[in-house]
Design a protein around this ligand. Structure first.
Ligand code: FES
Length: 86
């Protein structure tokens, strides 16, 4: 496949834990805020949010993974900052 084609459609994957401890720590709000923030601006259409089950890092809840970076005890702001890093 043509590499340009792939690049054009490349999206960053963001894994949001939806396990019970992360939920208790505000994961739902993080997902909602991320969804809203990703509807506009530079990141629009470039990020795919994926919900996961417990990732066994409950002590660090809420947990969100951006690419290969673990955002622990995170906020939507921190996740967005991580996404904006090159
Ligand atoms: S509930 Fe999110 S890591 Fe366990």
């Amino acid at each position: 496949m043509d590499i340009r084609h792939v690049m054009k459609h490349s999206r960053k994957l963001v894994f949001c834990c939806a396990g019970s401890d992360c939920k208790k720590s505000g994961a739902k709000l993080i997902r909602k805020e991320l969804k809203e923030s990703l509807q506009e601006g530079d990141l629009k259409g470039k990020v795919k949010l994926i919900q996961t089950k417990c990732m066994d890092m409950c002590k660090s809840a809420p947990v969100v993974i951006v690419g290969d970076h673990f955002c622990k005890k995170t906020t939507s702001e921190k996740v967005l900052n991580q996404l904006k890093k090159p």
